[in-house]
Design a protein around this ligand. Structure first.
Ligand SMILES: Cc1ncc(COP(=O)(O)O)c(C=O)c1O
Length: 391
């Protein structure tokens, strides 16, 4: 098999590629020995078919205005049908530079200034910023942890915030970064029902859809009955194929009126997607990279199992949140009784950089996020170092 353990074990040298994860870390810390286990991209080479597509565009030698649209949307729809059993149609797709652009366009279009937008912290930081920067209000309904360590939405509280009018839209992360949940069909159906009952739009960020570990399967929000009329789905090849630096994503919506409004909002703001390199890479990702992705998900599954076992053996006071999806592990270090700043300082002193849990919500004191999207030797070394301060 071409994309086997040895392929992913080899990784890729990223220092000097202007990447936030390695070069940005070095600029911040000045610590050349630090291992970056933070920013959500991976230390693997992107699939060869993507490099070839980029090379082909490079070989043109000139990069004028590019035809963008139909065939890009067709590639996306074929991918979702093949990988997720989800039938989408090109006329439901808008292309956008990145997922956060799509999120902001949806917020600006489907809510008014001053409206409350319901989110479930701890959640990816730009959920908060996207709401605040657009003069909407963050309405929080924090996730709750069950006895099995998995986080769930508090549907009763969500309903209260919608019923009172405090929230006029709902925005969910599915799968969820950072708690690693792949929402079950009944959970998604319950959210859609709430949105129907209170007649509010639902924005669903599915950028991590391709990292759902067996036996679970990703369920697209648009496949949930009732969602078609009010949901906006945001997706991209960027996270899956490690091409986030190219900036290409999609907004999918089955409500023609909402879609038209978002198209207009993008046009009004001059937001255009049509970078020749990004389009070619994304089409290649959606068309020719299934074997690479299958190999990657198998490798990440093993990374997850390796980390769970290592932490249980060497850091018994650190509680791992079951990782159903994403390559971002949510670790509860609260039993160690350290202040958050001490926890972060200790980990940094062991020359490992992780994300401070509190950037995802103030509820997350005692938590850190560990990115396991890297070669096993790198993961093993980072865990070994973490054990010296958290063990
Ligand atoms: C849930 C989620 N949404 C969006 C993004 C960023 O996507 P983009 O770079 O396309 O804006 C990330 C990146 O980590 C993410 O985790």
């Amino acid at each position: 098999m071409e994309f086997d353990k040895a392929y992913f074990d080899a990784g890729v040298r990223r220092v000097g590629t202007e990447c936030e994860k390695w070069d940005g870390m070095m600029a911040r810390t000045g610590d050349a020995d630090m291992i970056p286990m933070w920013v959500a991209d991976m230390d693997f080479p992107s699939a060869p078919a993507i490099a070839k597509a980029l090379g082909d565009v490079l070989s043109w030698g000139t990069w004028g205005y590019t035809i963008a649209g139909e065939k890009d949307a067709e590639a996306l729809c074929a991918y979702w049908a093949r990988r997720h059993g989800m039938q989408l149609s090109p006329d439901e797709v808008l292309m956008s530079p990145c997922v956060i652009t799509g999120m902001r366009v949806a917020l600006r279009t489907l809510t008014k200034e001053g409206d409350g937008v319901l989110i479930n912290p701890p959640v990816y930081g730009p959920f908060f910023q996207s709401i605040q920067l657009n003069n909407r209000r963050v309405v929080e309904s924090p996730l709750v942890r069950g006895g099995d360590g998995r986080f769930c939405m508090n549907l009763t509280e969500m309903e209260e915030k919608l019923a009172s009018g405090e929230a006029r839209a709902v925005m969910i992360c599915s799968p969820h970064n950072p708690v690693g949940r792949s929402w079950d069909e009944d959970e998604l159906s319950a959210v859609v029902s709430l949105c129907e009952r209170y007649d509010v739009p639902l924005i669903c960020d599915e950028i991590h859809a391709d990292f759902v570990y067996a036996p679970k399967k990703h369920r697209c929000i648009l496949s949930i009955p009732g969602a078609q009329a009010r949901a906006v789905m945001l997706c991209a090849a960027s996270k899956t194929f490690n091409v986030a630096g190219l900036q290409q994503s999609s907004i999918v919506c089955r409500n023609p009126e909402m879609l038209e409004k978002m198209r207009h909002e993008m046009e009004a703001g001059g937001v255009k997607s049509g970078n020749a390199f990004a389009l070619a890479a994304t089409r290649a990702a959606y068309t020719d990279c299934d074997a690479w992705l299958d190999g990657l998900v198998a490798y990440l599954t093993d990374n997850r199992d390796f980390a769970v076992k290592y932490i249980a053996e060497h850091m018994p006071h650190v509680r791992v949140t079951p990782l159903e999806a994403t390559y971002l592990m949510w670790l509860d270090c609260s039993a160690l009784g350290m202040a958050q700043s001490t926890l972060m300082e200790k980990i940094a002193s062991a020359h490992v950089m992780v994300n401070d849990g509190t950037i995802f919500g103030e509820q997350a004191k005692g938590f850190i996020r560990l990115n396991i999207g890297c070669p096993r030797p790198q993961l093993a070394l980072a865990l070994e170092r973490m054990a010296t301060v958290l063990g």
